[in-house]
Design a protein around this ligand. Structure first.
Ligand code: AMP
Length: 286
């Protein structure tokens, strides 16, 4: 190996805190506040660096770093050839085409010959071109949603998560250009020996993400109630059923979604379940 494996995380902005938390949950101890420009991870032989979200694709494409946590939208906009190795479940948003609510426009084909304002000119241009639409693209660094009100554009192509900003600016989405979330991405040609570390990182991070919205449910079931109780459980696979040391009872274990677990407790109890325990899961590999 000619140089240490380098992982870059967003230094600020929306993805900073969740990326740092995920790295920590995955066993990458970046120490301190996560504010230093570089840190060496004690458990893995990894150098962790921090950079602005929009710069991360450049670092990956240059091969200056081996892997990164970045928004898919930034990778696509950069035209990066980096490989997406795990979707991370946070920073979800979508790049949407939107027009003033009262505009008589419902399809992007109707944007032919019109002006579109965006901070994502490359992604927007490719999407319009694929639909055979010729539009004039104005690139703005921010506050894209103001452009139609200022008669500077007929439409915008902007990142949306809740849709509140669009609505507050009197805009209506007519098309989704890209669904995005934070991803673990790796440079497309790995430094020799670094592939294995990328695979390990992807597996561990994906296992942390998969575990976050699941719970481990344990309970004891009297034998005469066992069938009814097992039927109530959704579970990943079929639940585990184990005889207890003293006869007449079985232990039942199942992995259930966080959303479902609260609604299950009362019906399980009514069906005869006892000693119910709900535990967090740290890692889950299906
Ligand atoms: P930052 O500009 O550094 O706060 O981070 C921007 C990144 O956060 C974007 O590139 C997206 O990947 C992600 N993101 C998630 N939701 C939104 C949103 N509603 N607006 C902008 N960026 C978002």
């Amino acid at each position: 190996m000619n140089r240490p494996y380098r992982l870059v995380l967003p230094s600020k902005g929306r993805l900073h805190q969740p990326a740092l938390e995920l790295a920590r949950d995955a066993g990458i101890d970046v120490g301190g506040s996560g504010r230093a420009l570089a840190a060496h991870c004690s458990r893995w032989d990894i150098e962790v660096l921090f950079a602005r979200s929009a710069d991360i694709p450049v670092w990956l494409a240059d091969g200056a770093v081996d892997a990164a946590i970045a928004g898919r939208n930034d990778l696509v906009e950069h035209g990066s050839r980096a490989r997406e190795v795990a979707a991370l479940g946070f920073g979800r948003c979508a790049l949407r085409m939107a027009v003033p609510a009262e505009a008589p426009i419902d399809r992007i084909e109707q944007l032919d010959g019109r002006r579109v304002a965006t901070s994502y000119p490359r992604t927007t241009g490719a999407h319009l071109a694929a639909a055979g639409v010729q539009a004039e693209i104005t690139t703005l660094g921010g506050s894209v949603e103001l452009a139609p009100r200022l008669q500077a554009a007929d439409a915008v192509c902007d990142l949306v998560s809740t849709g509140d900003t669009l609505r507050a600016n009197g805009l209506r989405a007519i098309d989704t250009v890209l669904e995005s979330e934070a991803v673990l991405a790796a440079r497309d040609t790995a430094v020799r020996g670094h592939d294995r570390l990328t695979d390990e990182l992807a597996t561990v991070m994906a296992s942390v993400v998969a575990a976050r919205d699941r719970r481990y449910l344990m309970l004891n079931a009297p034998d005469d109630a066992l069938d009814r109780i097992v039927e109530l459980l959704p579970g990943m696979d079929s639940p585990t059923v184990l005889p207890l040391a003293h006869g007449g009872m079985h232990a039942v274990h199942a992995v259930v979604s966080q959303d479902e677990v609260v609604g299950l407790l009362a019906p399980l109890r009514a069906a005869g379940a006892r000693s119910l325990l709900v535990l967090p899961i740290h890692n889950l590999i299906p």
